[in-house]
Design a protein around this ligand. Structure first.
Ligand code: FAD
Ligand code: NAP
Length: 248
């Protein structure tokens, strides 16, 4: 059973009309970068709870979550209108194995995300522990529109911190932008454009792919990497090359 505790809103930072960071304070138990927790509000006498990934590093005082407001969603629109000082509920303990210790020995780590699912990678990269084991890390953020590319200044800071190790590639599906690839993650792997742009091959010889976000993207990319690159799903008792987290 989840152990719920009170949290207090520190800030709601709007990136666009529908994308926002919920920044809160709460006496949670330590979590591992990459994990998620549950957040809830009491709405019309009912507790509505959903899972959200930590964006902040585990040693940060302010807890940050990156959300999209789902039209007619049962919880996200209400989290969006919270004001500083208001209360919400959070589970004391985080969960999930979308963390670096789940990744077997490899040279190159691909961090592929759609939409708000860039969050867990930002937590891992901001924390910065245990990244020495990778030669190269490729962070890929796939969104609909250029305005959905939040966190650009944080990502620039991280690129400067991990110069020569961290590569960042944006993908936009509904408009063209110089410097960004146009389309969707699986198609850009099939036509070779992602690897050509990043100048790195995705394969089972030293490569590991983390997939996070839209379940369609996760499923299609898994199938593609299994069928065309000889990569295997990474399981606790059967190590492989693909580690995934679905957001719904
Ligand atoms: C492990 C895990 C971690 C998650 N972390 C995050 C996170 O960090 N940030 C976040 O915004 N959401 C995250 N989610 C999704 C989140 O739990 C909720 O599903 C989301 O906020 C919608 O809740 P709702 O009650 O407003 O919508 P609901 O009424 O429950 O409607 C759900 C529908 O909204 C759409 N949807 C849900 N989540 C998203 C999303 N993130 N992006 C696009 N469409 C979505 C899907 O079509 C889904 O079927 C995570 C989910 C899981 C399972
Ligand atoms: N982003 C916005 O402008 C916007 C505006 C209003 C409301 N919203 C709310 O936000 C929610 C989700 O928006 P989002 O843009 O954050 O998330 P999303 O729908 O998951 O889209 C993120 C990226 O994933 C791609 N994608 C979707 N299905 C895929 C698949 N099967 N394989 C590979 N890639 C796939 C999308 O490409 P495609 O573009 O080709 O689908 C897009 O580039 C909506 O349900 C809505 O409630 C968003």
């Amino acid at each position: 059973m989840s152990d719920w505790i009170d949290a207090r809103v520190h800030e709601v930072k709007n990136w666009t009309d529908t994308l926002f960071s919920l920044r809160i304070k709460a006496p949670i138990c330590p979590f591992i970068a990459g994990q998620f927790t549950k957040i809830a509000l009491e709405l019309e006498g009912k507790r509505i709870q959903r899972a959200y990934s930590y964006v902040n590093a585990p040693n940060d005082e302010i807890l940050e979550f990156y959300l999209t407001t789902v039209a007619d969603g049962k919880l996200s629109p209400y989290l969006h209108i919270l004001k500083p000082g208001q209360n919400l509920l959070i589970t004391k303990n985080a969960c999930g194995s979308f963390i670096l210790s789940s990744i077997p020995k490899c040279k190159n780590l691909w961090m592929l995300s759609t939409g708000t699912a860039i969050g867990p990678y930002l937590s891992i990269l901001q924390y910065g522990k245990n990244l020495d084991r990778f030669e190269k890390i490729v962070l890929v953020h796939a969104v609909r529109y250029a305005t959905d590319l939040s966190f650009s200044s944080l990502i620039k800071t991280l690129q400067n911190k991990y110069i020569g190790k961290l590569y960042f590639q944006t993908i936009i599906s509904r408009e063209k932008l110089p410097g960004s690839l146009y389309g969707r993650i699986p198609d850009l792997i099939i036509n070779g454009k992602l690897e050509e742009t990043v100048k790195l091959k995705i394969n089972s010889d030293g490569g590991h792919v983390m997939l996070c976000g839209n379940p369609g993207m996760v499923h299609e990319t898994q199938q593609l990497l299994k069928n065309s690159r000889g990569m295997k799903i990474n399981l606790k008792n059967n190590p492989g090359h693909i580690t995934s987290e679905n957001y719904w």
